[in-house]
Design a binder for this molecule. Structure first.
Ligand code: TXA
Ligand code: MG
Length: 331
């Protein structure tokens, strides 16, 4: 028998947001909408609250949390901002950009997994911004999924994953962007590095920093390689559905009724019921917005394998491919 869900979903009324801000101040957790994906928020300055975040997600304490702030002054309090960070913040905050900077002493070591750096982001979602303002403290907010599963892009996804472990979910509608923020390491402002490709393409960041950012080196397995999952714990699998995923640079013809074929755009002609697509015209923003919800949906349909078409590596395509590779267990 499944345990009864205890999470309540709250609409974003002024009264509800005041209530949820009080819960946060009392050290409790609240799942929140952001423009990227839903997050699980707790007071970043309260170690007890942060401990609860790790417990609710089943996340190891070695994986640090992003500190979300309402205003630039708050970012200056939790981190050592530098000139490049201020320039990037002026251009992209509030928005889907996370900066890794030297950590201030006020931030509990638990948040940064003992590192001397802290990840900081100022989110754009209006309801979350209101909540941050009323909570009047920076919030530690990882994506609101069980550790290792696909990030949630609706309040209902959050309830499915964490409903028995948390009490409060603020519903802000489906996430507008659908993939997580871009993380830029600015500990050395002269050599910025992208730690996680995300909603803001690297070209846009390079235009502001004035230097191109090195592409993280990684070797991936593409389709045609054995789709079997690596043993749990062998690879840092993230965002992964339970059904094995096989990635393709060029999609082969659909076959096998027990296999799903997920295209970026609608293929031509008459299509079998096991053929799916993310956007009729393959618009990359729409693809990003729908990707995680589609992986959840296909995962629930008990296919033996899900074949997925990869994006071009450019622009948003870099982040989309990164998430696909992780979901396939290859990152
Ligand atoms: O869009 C987002 O960033 C979402 C929403 C909820 O804001 N949050 C998110 O958090 O994706 P999470 O915890 O799922 O992923 C945060 C990533 C982790 O992979 C973590 O290792 C990295 O940020 N990170 C956090 N602090 C870091 C640090 N000091 N140095 C390097 N990486 C860090
Ligand atoms: Mg996550």
């Amino acid at each position: 028998m499944n345990p009864k869900p205890r999470a309540r979903i709250f609409r974003g009324t002024a009264r509800n947001i005041r209530f949820l801000a009080r819960r946060l101040r009392a050290g409790e957790l609240v799942a929140v909408p952001t423009e990227t994906v839903y997050g699980l928020a707790g007071n970043a300055m309260d170690e007890r609250a942060c401990r609860r975040i790790f417990r609710a997600k089943g996340r190891p304490h070695t994986d640090p949390l992003i500190v979300h702030v309402h205003a630039i002054q708050q970012a200056e309090k939790v981190s050592g901002m530098n000139a490049v960070a201020r320039r990037l913040a002026a251009r992209f905050w509030p928005g889907p950009l996370t900066l890794v900077l030297p950590k201030s002493r006020d931030v509990p070591d638990l948040v940064t997994a003992g590192r001397r750096s802290v990840a900081v982001r100022m989110p754009a979602h209006p309801l979350f911004r209101r909540l941050l303002r009323l909570a009047a403290t920076p919030l530690a907010v990882p994506s609101a999924n069980r550790f290792g599963y696909v990030s949630p892009t609706t309040a209902e996804h959050v309830r499915q994953g964490l409903g028995t472990r948390i009490g409060y979910i603020l519903d802000g509608g489906p996430s507008e962007i659908g993939i997580e923020s871009t993380i830029v390491d600015l500990r050395n402002p002269r050599r910025p590095r992208i730690l996680r490709p995300g909603a803001i393409p690297r070209g846009q960041i390079a235009r502001v920093t004035g230097v191109s950012l090195p592409v993280p080196s990684r070797r991936y397995r593409l389709g045609s390689v054995d789709a079997a999952q690596p043993a749990p714990g062998m690879l840092p699998r993230h965002y992964s559905p339970g059904t094995p995923l096989l990635l393709h640079k060029r999609m082969p013809r659909a076959a096998g009724r027990d296999e799903a074929w997920l295209h970026l755009r609608r293929p031509r002609g008459t299509l079998a019921p096991n053929v799916f697509w993310l956007d009729s015209r393959g618009d990359m923003r729409a693809v990003a917005r729908r990707l995680f919800a589609m992986l959840r949906k296909l995962d629930a349909m008990s296919f033996r394998v899900i074949h997925v078409e990869m994006a071009s590596g450019r622009g948003l395509g870099e982040a989309i491919n990164d998430r696909l590779r992780r979901a396939a267990g290859g990152a």
